[in-house]
Design a protein around this ligand. Structure first.
Ligand SMILES: *[C@@H]1O[C@H](CO)[C@@H](O)[C@H](O)[C@H]1NC(C)=O
Length: 216
């Protein structure tokens, strides 16, 4: 099920194909630029959880070559008091998005990713819960109160902190502007390359992948 994505990433990161890789002293080394990988998600969406779990498998192999981030899909809504955003899977999803955005901003990137995995591990209906945010922060070694994430997302874990809500609005505006509407949308170097919406769709890599495997 996640083979298209693996094929896609290995293509992007394959030596000789990627402009970001250089060979030095016979060793593959990184150039200055990493490959930008973005996932357009909603934190409580089954497709997002699936997509993130696939990246969790791939990431150890490519961690030093990619910059991974999550972008959030929602709908600006000025009558929503807490977020100013309507999230498809409810206000808890908006809270989950904010918690993740704040951890992304204030924790090292590997810790941020562990935090997201920790939330997902409890199942999508728990993502966004204040208790779980605090529990996951502790589990991955984030000092919620002193480290910045708590100030940003709300010390009580509510996801309603002023800064975090602003980050959510910015993220939603950005996905809207960029035409990212389905969770999960995979973007590599800013280009939409794949969507998981029930199944993998619009994966440009599918043809390439099939060709490679016919040849093999
Ligand atoms: C806007 O937010 C309000 C309050 O959360 C909600 O009742 C309403 O359904 C939302 N409107 C849309 C179009 O999602």
């Amino acid at each position: 099920m996640h083979l298209p994505l693996l094929a896609l990433l290995s293509n992007v990161l394959a030596p000789g194909l990627s402009p970001t890789l250089v060979v030095q002293n016979g060793q593959q080394k990184l150039g200055d630029r990493r490959v930008t990988v973005e996932l357009g998600v909603m934190s409580r969406c089954p497709d997002a959880l699936l997509c993130e779990s696939v990246f969790n498998e791939v990431l150890p192999k490519v961690a030093d070559k990619v910059d991974l981030s999550l972008l959030y899909i929602g709908k600006p809504n000025s009558t929503d008091q807490d977020f100013g955003i309507t999230c498809l899977h409810g206000p808890e999803e908006c809270a989950g998005n904010v918690q993740q955005l704040c951890v992304a901003k204030y924790a090292p990137s590997s810790t941020w990713w562990e935090f997201v995995q920790c939330q997902n591990y409890e199942g999508r209906y728990r993502v966004g819960s204040p208790d779980l945010a605090l529990k996951c922060a502790e589990a991955v070694g984030i000092d919620w109160v002193q480290g910045g994430a708590g100030q940003c997302a709300g010390l009580d874990g509510s996801g309603k902190g002023e800064e975090g809500v602003r980050l959510l609005r910015e993220s939603v505006e950005s996905t809207q502007t960029r035409g990212i509407v389905r969770s999960c949308t995979v973007l590599i170097q800013g280009q939409q390359v794949c969507i998981h919406d029930g199944t993998w769709k619009s994966c440009e890599i599918n043809e390439e992948y099939e060709r490679l495997n016919v040849d093999a």
